[in-house]
Write a protein that binds this ligand. Structure first.
Ligand code: SF4
Length: 132
């Protein structure tokens, strides 16, 4: 027996309602929620493919540096050291942040503050520009 779960598509600000049905094989079926006022049952191609994103195969589940698994402290140290080296050699416009469109407003503020206020470059954008 499966239980339907009413939830929201996480991909964009439209916030379409989806109904997720777990299946016995670990997969899920996703369909638009006819009762949801944002989409009245319709989903775009990204929302319609939500069920295909549940699988863990191919996902990076722990930080890696140069292909070797490490902990977050070492991974973040490596990132900051390489950013610092590039900025020292080529200036702040030699680096960029490409961040998630799924960030919360507060997270997005912090990322912008770091790039624009601390590093000194306007090179920050989100995947929203590509996926929308
Ligand atoms: S428009 Fe597409 S991506 Fe945005 S919430 Fe609706 S189904 Fe998801």
């Amino acid at each position: 027996m499966s239980t339907e779960v009413r939830t929201t598509c996480p991909y964009c600000g439209v916030g379409c309602g989806v109904i997720v049905t777990p299946e016995s094989n670990g997969q899920v079926k996703v369909r638009g929620d006819n009762a949801h006022p944002a989409n009245l049952g319709r989903l775009c191609s990204k929302g319609a493919a939500l069920g295909e994103t549940i699988d863990l195969e191919g996902r990076l589940l722990a930080p890696e540096v140069d292909g070797i698994q490490t902990d977050w402290d070492h991974a973040l140290d490596a990132v900051s050291q390489r950013f610092r080296a590039v900025i020292e050699q080529h200036g702040p416009d030699a680096v960029a942040f490409y961040v998630s469109g799924q960030l919360l407003t507060e997270d997005y503020y912090v990322a912008n503050k770091l790039m624009k206020g601390c590093i000194g470059s306007a090179n920050i954008d989100t995947n929203s520009r590509l996926c929308m």
